[in-house]
Design a protein around this ligand. Structure first.
Ligand code: HEC
Length: 427
């Protein structure tokens, strides 16, 4: 999902930034009768068609498909709040796809004024898709404003404190990306003067985009819910700070390089930078956004393990934590095989493993030595390898002492089974 997501973000963000860039270039070309710019737009548009619209359209559904498998309730929450917003986004997306085809294939064939209007329409449709989708995905971090809990209305879900800063960060990144892709296309131009002119303009656009990202980011982190803020500060930022600063400096150096040395914009450099931004920029950035939401996967009410944490009167949703705490996750969960619903001496290790799968495995690998916060490894690292110690520490985990984990106390019998299984794994 990370790989698909990174490719998708590069592709989709480029498309919105490029749509705005096209509108600016088309206006200039029309006003100043610059036919050479049309050639650049045609090349850029062709690249966009393949990179953003073919690759973007394949990876987009890929993300939703994987996310639905990993977190059905998270995606269900989005659908139940935003089905019409999503439908609207699709209408704009269709306009965008048709728009980019018309725009590329009609260059030089239709009246320039009409062509200019098509670029405006394309830009408007692109920015609209951005606006709508950001409102939807911002809900995963923060459920709109607090009114939503009681009204359950789509607009309360959409206009959260986090939505606009999130929008600004993405918008700035899109503008910067239009320059990064613009350099790739400018690099292959034969006309050295045009290459120089475009490289200079694009680097200025890149700097503007970068400045918007930084402003948006500072605003963004101030609008995070408490759990995300704690995560950001305590765990993530220290690990990320150095790479982030290096990345910003590197991109700034790249824009300066393009400004002063446009001849150096050769394919290995321009494409290499695109990959670098994907690998050290987008990937960890998105990972951070995913991690910060913990313990929730959406709306600060669905825990990552798919259990509903609180009542949402506006949507008629009831918290499930009390039922799990009273009857146990094995009884409450709908997909537990009959023979494992009740813990016995014979099935204790097996039920313990199943409890770990149901309650913990959305965030933890359950195999020893595995990559993602392996549960056995965490206990081994803390020197807790016998059952009593494990049980005591589980009580701490349940208590909400770690803000990134669900506050949910499994009944004693399940804690005992979980600890019995964990003990077998920590040896
Ligand atoms: C919503 C995601 C999530 C769920 C669900 C979750 N955890 Fe965690 N847990 C985390 C994160 C994030 C960390 C921090 C890991 C790190 O420091 O690398 C963590 C850390 C831990 C630690 C180490 C705490 C410390 O720092 O001393 C233990 C022990 C642990 N989890 C046990 C569990 C158990 C047992 C379950 C299931 C009952 C569980 N977790 C469910 C996210 C989760």
């Amino acid at each position: 999902m990370g790989i698909t997501g990174t490719i998708h973000i590069l592709a989709s963000h480029t498309s919105v930034g490029a749509a705005i860039l096209f509108a600016i270039l088309a206006r200039k070309a029309y006003k100043e009768d610059r036919t050479d710019l049309y050639e650049y737009m045609r090349k850029y548009g062709m690249f966009l068609l393949i990179f953003s619209y073919v690759i973007g359209s394949i990876t987009g559904p890929g993300i939703w498909y994987t996310a639905t498998a990993a977190s059905p309730r998270g995606i269900s929450a989005l659908i139940h709040n935003f089905v019409w917003v999503w439908a609207t986004e699709w209408v704009f997306f269709v306009v965008e796809v048709v728009g980019v085809f018309v725009l590329v294939y009609s260059i030089g064939k239709i009246d320039r004024k009409v062509h200019l209007k098509i670029t405006y329409l394309f830009a408007l449709a692109s920015v609209s898709t951005l606006f709508l989708i950001i409102g939807i995905i911002s809900f995963m971090m923060w459920p709109g404003n607090d009114m939503w809990f009681t009204t359950g209305s789509a607009s309360d879900a959409f206009f959260g404190s986090n939505t606009f800063p999130h929008l600004i960060v993405r918008f700035g990144f899109m503008v910067a990306m239009s320059a990064v892709i613009g350099f790739i296309i400018a690099g292959v131009l034969k006309d050295e003067d045009l290459k120089k002119e475009l490289a200079r303009k694009l680097s200025v656009i890149g700097f503007v985009g970068g400045a918007i990202v930084m402003f948006g980011f500072v605003w963004y982190i101030q609008t995070l819910p408490q759990n995300a803020w704690d995560q950001f500060h305590a765990v993530l930022w220290d690990g990320e700070k150095t790479t982030r600063i290096i990345l910003v400096l590197l991109i700034a150096a790249y824009f300066l390089f393009a400004f002063f040395f446009p001849k150096g914009l050769k394919l290995p450099v321009t494409v290499g930078m695109l990959f670098l931004i994907g690998i050290i920029g987008v990937w960890p950035g998105e990972k951070m956004r995913e991690s910060m939401r913990k313990p929730y996967v959406a709306g600060t009410y669905i825990y990552s393990n798919q259990i509903i944490a609180r009542d949402i009167p506006g949507k008629g949703i009831k918290a499930e934590v009390p039922a799990v705490e009273e009857h146990g996750i094995l009884k409450v969960h709908p997909f537990v095989p009959k023979q494992l619903k009740t813990i016995t001496d014979e099935n204790k290790v097996q039920t313990g493993e199943l409890i770990a799968k149901l309650a913990c495995s959305n965030c933890h690998s359950i195999e020893k030595g595995a990559k993602y916060r392996s549960l056995p490894d965490l206990f081994i690292a803390r020197g807790m390898t016998d059952k009593e110690n494990i049980k005591n520490y589980l009580e701490v985990v349940y208590s909400g002492a770690f803000s990134y984990m669900p506050t949910m106390r499994l009944p004693d019998s399940e804690t005992d089974a979980l600890a019995t299984w964990l003990e077998t794994q920590t040896k």
